[in-house]
Design a protein around this ligand. Sequence first.
Ligand SMILES: Cc1cc2nc3c(=O)[nH]c(=O)nc-3n(C[C@H](O)[C@H](O)[C@H](O)COP(=O)(O)OP(=O)(O)OC[C@H]3O[C@@H](n4cnc5c(N)ncnc54)[C@H](O)[C@@H]3O)c2cc1C
Ligand code: FES
Length: 275
Amino acid sequence: MQNYDGIKHRPRIVRIGDVKEETPTVKSIAFRDDQCSKGKPGQFVMIWIPGIDEVPMSLSLIGRDGASGVTVRKRGEATSALCAKKTGDQIGVRGPYGTYFTVGKEAKLLLAGGGTGTAALAPLIEMPIMRKKDLTIVTGSRTKTELIYLDRFKALHPLKMMRLVATTDDGSYGIKGLASSVVDILLEKEKFDMIYACGPEPMMKTILDSAQKTSTPVQFSLERIFKCGVGICGSCSLGQYRVCRDGPVFSGDMLKGISEFGKTRRDSAGRIVPI
Ligand SMILES: Cc1cc2nc3c(=O)[nH]c(=O)nc-3n(C[C@H](O)[C@H](O)[C@H](O)COP(=O)(O)OP(=O)(O)OC[C@H]3O[C@@H](n4cnc5c(N)ncnc54)[C@H](O)[C@@H]3O)c2cc1C
Ligand code: FES
């Protein structure tokens, strides 16, 4: 009899359902998969694009009805090929893997997403328990046309107390500047019970520094180069951690004192390079 782990580690072939163009470079790709629909916010899947590569993606849709999905930015060969996929095409999926965001009794929450990092936060924001929380969502991108999910988050407004703050590097929408700068300003003025964040590592390092000054606990979902996704190859190393196995969601206590966080990472050849 097949156990859960056997199913989890073997790529399952799924047919692509809806494909939504979020921005000129970002698409959301939906598919149906039982294991993914039981995934937790912050977890990732390994997406196999036949003949090309296998890449990690955060689950950006976790539907209770079996619907699942990822939101992908066109970057190199694999993500370009994934973005070119159409409804009805097939891809492979293994996982979901890794640690996930947890929600406790904390009432006032700050969620910060940079670029497609917002994808990892979306299923967290949509959890039923979040309807009882006081939410501030900061979502940042380079420019207006690259902001994702504004409508998706605005649609949640009637349901809950929610403040949505958009930032763009070039000032074409919302506040001009980085999401991490807005988080810093908010933390100076207000007390939050928990910060959840996902985005470029330098952004999260800045948020970690601000959070430590104000003793605010954090949960961060990190992205490094993943090859195996299951703790074998070491390409995702960060200090004593393998991000795929010990993360991708880390607490501030776990990241405290790791000098390479936000500064260096391994490239696809395994060399340590500046971020
Ligand atoms: C846990 C996790 C979750 C992720 N979730 C998403 C997601 O939801 N949506 C999304 O679009 N992307 C996500 N990514 C990043 C995505 O996996 C990479 O963009 C993808 O693997 C790049 O493959 P490629 O062949 O298109 O580009 P490549 O040709 O492999 O890379 C293009 C360039 O991007 C750099 N790069 C690739 N991966 C990373 C990385 N992880 N960190 C920093 N630089 C990198 C390479 O060094 C190179 O310079 C996630 C990564 C991780 C580890
Ligand atoms: S990706 Fe291989 S150990 Fe993490």
